[in-house]
Design a protein around this ligand. Structure first.
Ligand code: HEC
Length: 188
């Protein structure tokens, strides 16, 4: 016997909240998965020496280059084909573009992405510019590959990033390339 209309509506209303909740959980899980396999932790989580070698320090997950790290100037770069040097933390990179420091992706409002909207995030990844209009995002951030993420993937990544523990860590601004006249002079 078919259920009376009112009973059917009541059943539907009872199920609805659960289905929205599970769509949210699905998005969060998808975001966590994408962040994991796309390797965001490789650069944005500082590495420490673990029992089996360097590993991301997940107590500072995705908090970027540690501001409190004692960092001497980047060494002179060789002529090539070796072209990049990187700190033990895997978070400060010196190359022909200068020195770049991986960003704090946690939701801390002052030093991370806490004030970013989904639009800010999507615009940054799609254009390779800070917030879609600021300075160019430097290597080795894989913008040329990541700009191919679908809108749904970027939404999921953003949603996951906004859900992780906030870490207060003000990442330094990038440094311009050093012109190595001293090294050239010494060869004469
Ligand atoms: C190979 C290293 C590397 C990987 C992998 C990487 N990043 Fe980055 N990312 C960087 C560096 C370095 C910067 C800082 C570049 C700069 O200052 O111009 C950066 C900057 C960013 C910025 C810009 C922040 C701002 O204030 O403009 C965002 C957003 C970002 N990364 C998100 C991600 C996400 C999400 C992933 C994974 C899907 C990821 N990154 C993977 C190295 C990396």
């Amino acid at each position: 016997m078919p259920k009376p209309l009112l009973v059917r509506i009541a059943l539907l209303l009872a199920i609805l909240p659960f289905s929205t909740a599970s769509a949210d959980t699905d998005k969060l899980d998808r975001g966590k998965y994408l962040v994991t396999v796309a390797g965001c932790n490789d650069c944005h989580t500082p590495f420490v020496l673990g029992p089996n070698g360097p590993e991301p320090d997940m107590s500072r997950m995705l908090s970027g280059h540690p501001n409190d790290m004692d960092l001497p100037n980047a060494p002179a770069l060789p002529a090539g084909p070796w072209s990049v040097v990187v700190t033990d933390t895997n978070t400060a990179w010196a190359g022909p573009w200068g020195v770049s420091f991986t960003a704090n992706l946690t939701p801390d409002p002052e030093t991370g992405l806490g004030k970013w909207s989904l639009r800010n995030f999507v615009d940054t990844i799609r254009t390779g510019r800070h917030l879609g209009r600021g300075r160019e995002i430097l290597p080795p951030m894989p913008i040329p590959m990541y700009k191919n993420f679908t809108d749904a993937d970027l939404d999921a990544i953003y949603t996951f990033l906004q859900s992780i523990p906030a870490v207060v860590n003000k990442v330094p601004d990038p440094l311009p390339p050093v012109v190595l006249t001293a090294a050239v002079d010494s060869e004469e």
